[in-house]
Design a protein around this ligand. Structure first.
Ligand code: KIV
Length: 284
């Protein structure tokens, strides 16, 4: 799929919502039905997050998903999402080591999957990467606070910025990402007050996930809000459905019907003209 970034027009639509004080709704999606659901439900922007590593591919951490794996999912979402921007998440190892690698990876998400922007984690050494991708004409969304790509142990998913120095560093990182040219910044798992301080300081939209209610928008992982999956949820997740239980129940009921031969019934199959059937029988 070759589709040039609509980013230049589409990411500012987030800024327009921010200016009108309308909270931005960002949700992740990883496949065609998920993309259709996100758009039909009225989301403003879809992130094809590297959280796909956990939610869809069953890896233990987000560090294990590759660009090629994420591109397959991103293309499916792009086929589904027609009228709102989609953001490709640059996975671990696809941008950190050089500006050239960062730009090449970002270009793949735009050229091969039709993304309107890319997201990457961290500030500091990543600021030149942001500048390089922006200079290449691709909008970038930053990500501060809890950075899942840096987490290597289960206890690493705790909140960030609860101590003074770490909180100051996160606020400074968010500002530095804005200065480097980010079109928006995601802030993950920080005290609500720190989320508020960041939103007050930045002029670009700040999209929170576990960062309180004062940010310019919220993002949640599709599988988390739908209850589509098992395991412990982060404190900031609100579940709006119990998809896993719903689906297990449906498949269980179908299995019972198969085993009792009540599936399929006469209406759930195809008929044949009795004369034709007789002829088939005769010639066997
Ligand atoms: O990959 C992802 O889903 C994310 C969100 C948690 C913001 O980065």
């Amino acid at each position: 799929m070759s589709r040039s970034a609509r980013g230049a027009e589409s990411i500012p639509s987030l800024a327009a919502l921010q200016q009108r004080g309308v909270p931005i709704v960002m949700i992740t999606a990883y496949d065609y039905p998920g993309g259709r659901i996100a758009e039909q439900a009225g989301a403003d922007i879809v992130l094809v997050g590297d959280s796909a590593a956990n939610t869809v591919l069953g890896y233990a951490t987000t560090r294990e998903i590759s660009v090629d794996e994420l591109l397959v999912l991103t293309r499916a979402v792009r086929r589904a999402v027609r009228n709102i921007p989609i953001v490709g998440d640059l996975p671990f190892g696809s941008y950190e080591s050089s500006d050239e690698l960062a730009v090449a990876s970002a270009r793949r998400f735009v050229d091969e999957a039709g993304c309107d922007a890319v997201k990457l984690e961290g500030a500091g050494d990543m600021l030149p990467r942001v500048r390089a991708i922006v200079a290449a004409g691709i909008p970038v969304i930053g990500h501060v606070g809890l950075l899942p790509q840096s987490v290597t142990t289960p206890d690493g998913y705790r909140a960030r910025g609860r101590e003074v120095e770490q909180a100051l560093a996160i606020v400074a990182d968010a500002s530095a990402l804005e200065e480097a040219g980010c079109a928006a910044v995601v802030v993950e798992a920080v005290p609500s007050e720190i989320g508020t301080l960041i939103a007050e300081r930045l002029t670009v939209p700040v999209i929170g996930i576990g960062a309180g209610s004062a940010t310019d928008g919220q993002v949640l992982v599709y599988h988390d809000l739908l209850g589509y999956g098992e395991g412990r949820q982060a404190k900031f997740v609100r579940r709006y459905a119990a998809a896993h239980e719903l689906f297990v129940d449906a498949v269980q009921r179908w299995a019972i019907d198969v085993r009792s031969r009540s599936f399929p019934n006469a209406d759930e199959g195809y008929g044949i003209d009795p004369v034709a059937l007789e002829e088939v029988r005769r010639r066997l």
